[in-house]
Design a protein around this ligand. Sequence first.
Ligand code: BT5
Length: 263
Amino acid sequence: MSHEPSIDARRLRDAIAAAGLRLGTPLTWIERTESTNDVAAREAASGAPHGATFLAEQQTGGRGRLGRKWFSPPGQNLYLSIVLRPDVPAERLPCITLAIGLAVAEAITPFVPGIPVEVKWPNDVLIARRKAVGILVEASTTGAGAMTLVAGIGINVLQTAFDPEIEGIATSIAAHGPRPERAQVLLAVLERLSVRLEQFERDGLSGMLGELRARDATLGRRVRCASGEGLGAGIFDDGALRVQTAAGEMIRVQAGEVEILRA
Ligand code: BT5
């Protein structure tokens, strides 16, 4: 495994300040931790502001949904968690993951010219149909009225050899484009996230449905969800996934797993 320079947190903070971003402010760089989501949740509970970001070089217990593992080797990728205190009605919160996924997809697109970057409902970003990004949004604390979330984002940036458990499904930016500086990728992510989250607070998903649908990895593909198999038939206005079964029935998938089946 090549030895990459670690991220220069001071330079990154300067760049975040120069760009005037609230997300990424303040930025805490951690060499090694179990899970940045846990760090962010603890800090949120003791008052970390909206935008506070925790970035680790390595996670020893990186996690996905339902206790699944997020492989988080050192020196290659980005593992970060952002404290969010969004001003949106609670019923709208579940689809914030889609807004985050869209933002990350948009941010990494310029790093892989000519390669499709798609959002796989509800919480993955795919490069050339393989998983390059996982998103884990967790509710943190409920203070006086305001909901606090922790948005955890894992982005495979430089890694090109993966653990056997995921080598058939995982990919990275460097596997499809020139090796970028991780700090540049992170900056791009924070910038797009700032735009999309502000828009989400104002209008929910409505202003970004076109862009989201254009990147829908399940569209027209055979998928399996809890209620059966069918063809991905788009994303509803409220963020639910539409699946058409073989019998011609349209179903709404509001939560849970959706697997894209090989054609
Ligand atoms: C996710 O879960 O995709 C959410 C992953 C979130 C990771 C970030 S890193 C920063 C923050 N701190 C954390 O502890 N977590 C967040 P899920 O949809 O459950 O997908 C998990 C599955 O993705 C695993 O079961 C593997 O199949 C696959 N996987 C694990 N590590 C991967 C990797 N590095 N690249 C691609 N796929 C991976």
